[in-house]
Design a protein around this ligand. Structure first.
Ligand SMILES: CC(C)(COP(=O)(O)OP(=O)(O)OC[C@H]1O[C@@H](n2cnc3c(N)ncnc32)[C@H](O)[C@@H]1OP(=O)(O)O)[C@@H](O)C(=O)NCCC(=O)NCCS
Length: 152
């Protein structure tokens, strides 16, 4: 069974491996090689340990870590599922988890910077386009979804 838990520093090498595999095997269909390589250089194991001081990083665990997502308040970052485990509902579980936490904290909406690859995944979850962004990491879509206020 897939469980979502908080990132620990010893997850960092596996998390970085998943991110780089996604970038090279999935996102490379949508972005030029130099953008992919710049992102691979950015997302090192050490970088995830550093990021964990500022953002709450989660991992999905099955037989080992198979996916990750990060949250800072109502903002989603670094959503990646191992290509071998794609299409099994792991991305959905990770998003359900952080959306519920944000709703419980009283945030009224969730916001993500979606890659071209993940854009339709977010639209399918009820996110709507706010605007397009052209960053050093290439084209992304700022998407937003209203959150249901959680009871109690
Ligand atoms: C986008 C990503 C996180 C989706 O994770 P996943 O575990 O494969 O997604 P799930 O199996 O939970 O899919 C949930 C739903 O989204 C749909 N979906 C997933 N990826 C999709 C895509 N690229 N296009 C359209 N629909 C998609 C699924 O069909 C499923 O639909 P359903 O609710 O009707 O069954 C994963 O493909 C990934 O890591 N991609 C590469 C990295 C990336 O671009 N990350 C985002 C950075 S912003």
């Amino acid at each position: 069974m897939i469980a979502i838990r908080s990132f620990r520093p010893d997850d960092a090498p596996r998390v970085a491996e998943i991110v780089r595999r996604c970038l090279r095997e999935v996102n490379s269909r949508d972005y030029p090689a130099e953008v992919i390589e710049r992102m691979c250089e950015h997302f090192t194991a050490r970088r995830f340990v550093e990021l964990s001081a500022d953002r709450h990083i989660f991992v999905a665990e099955d037989d080992g870590v198979v996916g990750t997502v990060s949250r800072d308040g109502h903002k989603v970052f670094s959503m990646f599922v191992d290509p071998d485990s794609a299409g099994r509902g792991i991305g959905r579980l990770l998003m359900d988890h952080i959306e519920a936490l944000a709703a419980a904290e009283g945030h009224e909406h969730m916001e993500a910077g979606a890659s071209i690859t993940a854009h339709r995944f977010y639209l399918r979850r009820g996110y709507a386009d706010v605007r397009e962004n052209e960053s050093g990491f290439g084209l992304t879509y700022l998407v937003r979804k209203p959150l249901q206020r959680s009871e109690g």
